[in-house]
Design a protein around this ligand. Sequence first.
Ligand code: NAD
Ligand code: UD1
Length: 349
Amino acid sequence: MQKILLTGGAGYIGSHTAIYLLEHGYDVVIVDNLSNASRKAVDAIKNITRKSFKFYRADVRYKTALYKVFRENKIDAVVHFAGLKAVGESVDKPLMYYDNNLKSTVALLNVMKAYNVTRVVFSSSATIYADPDSRLYNEKTTKVARATNAYGTTKVMQEYILEDTVNGAEFSDAGGLKVMSLRYFNPIGAHESGDIGENPNGIPNNLAPYITQVLVGRREYLSVFGDDYDTPDGTCIRDYIHITDLAIGHTLALKYLFSLTGAHFDAINLGSGKGSSVFEVIKSFEKAAGAEVPYKITGRRAGDLPETVADVQKAKNILGFVTTHTLDDGTLDSLNWQQKHPNGFEELD
Ligand code: NAD
Ligand code: UD1
């Protein structure tokens, strides 16, 4: 059985990927410092899958902690989710973001090298793209550029660190580093059980968790950040991808890396290829809830682009990845999780 180390595996995307891997014949080990996750997410993974796995509460920046994990487990591949991800916070505290996100990647690579572990899937983001020259964001033709915020810039820099290491000689004796950087678009949804889901700290920055908190009465109304964009209904368009589809994408990426010999770097979009506007997302949630989502139109949010939608051809060609969940599946599952646990994991205290 292949053993996959998930850094940041107690978080939103990591926990759902852990469930999928455990249910599909993999063993997992999770390392997470719980800076943005609850210990209860780890328990929920165990309860949902009825499988046991090792969890280490540790910071990926510190090699001593990582050495212990690699010494105690024969790791076959890594999925590196660990990272800070709040855009606004990263503008206020860039050093904290560079320190956490860059140091963790460098430490991880060094320890992987020491243990001859040569396969890693990386959590990248659509945020690394500059304005696209066509409607869809394409891995080859859309420029990657320094982002408008430190969070996004750490993702660009981490891709460079990974690619340079693939091209360098440090992993040569181990057979070459193999990296798949997955550029996620907008994750939505939760496990079908409703017993694990997105659990943001404080006021949610992202659209779906904000709306679900409005729908369970934790917040009064949604602020729609602008209805004067050059889009059909004036609100921004995003590509929402169900969290289970994302988990499947990681599993396919791992399979792909296991099929390779020699050094390799590639970056692939994970999206649905379909754009939905803020108003369409609101409508989908209203259908799921059978209730209205109260909202007010406010000003545009700095840094928002009118439309970001993935070109999904490469994911299909290389990984055989296609999404099977719709936006309605995503909003229904997000709402189900929030209704079962109105206060997220606090509820289980
Ligand atoms: P999340 O915050 O729920 O999960 C990240 C996890 O990493 C958390 O559990 C946190 O405690 C842990 N962590 C952070 N720094 C750590 C460190 N130094 N050592 C150990 N653990 C650490 O976020 P998520 O939404 O699950 O995102 C996972 C990854 O995907 C992140 O790298 C994020 O930047 C990236 N990503 C997320 C989105 C999104 O919209 N959710 C979009 C694109 C990319
Ligand atoms: C945001 C980040 C991006 C990050 C992504 C996933 C910014 C500028 N961008 O992208 O870097 O990779 O999250 O974590 O922060 N919206 C509202 N009201 C809200 C929240 C959002 O109208 O309360 C709108 C936004 O304007 C946007 C859409 O909903 O049009 C989706 O927003 P969000 O979930 O924050 O995702 P992104 O904007 O794609």
